[in-house]
Design a protein around this ligand. Sequence first.
Ligand SMILES: [Zn+2]
Length: 389
Amino acid sequence: MKNKIEIFLFIDALGWELVQAEHFLEKELPERKKMRMQFGYSCSAIPTILSGKTPSEHGHLSLFRYEPKHSPFKFFKLLHYIMLPRSLWNRGRVRNVLSRMVKKLYGYTGYFQLYRVPFDRIGMMDYCEKRDLFAADGIAPFENLYDVLKKSGLSFHISNWRKSEGENLAEGLRLVREEKCDFLFLYTAALDSLEHDCVGKPEILREKLAFYETKIRELLAEGKLHARDFRLTVISDHGMTPLSGTVDLRKSLEQTGLKFGRDYAACYDSTMLRVHFLKPESEAIIKDAVLPFANCGHWLTEQEERSFDIWREDRLFGDAFFLLNPGIQIIPSDMGGTPLAGMHGFDPADKDSNAAMLSNVSIPEDVNAVADYFRLMKSRIDELSGDMK
Ligand SMILES: [Zn+2]
């Protein structure tokens, strides 16, 4: 029997509201706390969880950003000129095949998906997740969870995010049973896509939650047999906000007559428009074009950008951000052409944005946000390696 085993189990989109409403594992994981979401999307939250750094620091906010000099996608311009109907290029399956080709061609080890970024613009975009964030030096120059664990000398396991969550949970259970690891980081992500489609259907979500409950109870039961101190902490990155409306900001910007790539550039995230004013006079024109949507969102102030931890002096993410009110989605966006039942990436203060931490050991007072997870994991790793000495 081992002295101590520490598990952090990540469940994508296990929001605080859902956890509370469904009394998710209240008895088994009695230490529970609402966590402030990291502003942005999963592609901003995951590097924050794995490094403790914020988008201001690690530079990952949205998968695509306007950066024509460094765009690896210049050849896509050619595809745009191949006379095939636009609807074909936008078909999910065609894009999936192209995404796999690009990933292979460039040797990207991270998550890569073209989504719906238009081919006439993608040649001006760069992509933030080229490397596997979970692997050695995945978020260099910052150290990530893997680097810390490697240095600690502990025996550890980090789930392979490419595998299904069933496989990842089974692998975790096996490693506990075989007493192979001191520290495990288990990764599951299927709840996120389910919630995007079914956020208003508790009976469907309940089935999924019941699956996690069974798996976590198995882990806890097995843990008791194999460690005197078995610690299990469930963490998530955000909740899910039900759809309340859509706006077509792209059309409004295109109707200004300004030229993309010469006068301005824009990234249409699901919940936020990010604009680069390539000519100073474009700013007033674009802000005028967005004026009719004043009831649906607002331009972030510098203070908000700072409080969301996305402020950057170099304006890497954009010169201005128009964030939609909770529930309103940009359609079409660079991510999709049709609205989803639920979305995340709104104001972290919105109740549906909140993430959750649930544990069978007490949660320190200074752990209140997704950006605090790394510090907590690191201190537990230090504790474990201290115990070994
Ligand atoms: Zn999602």
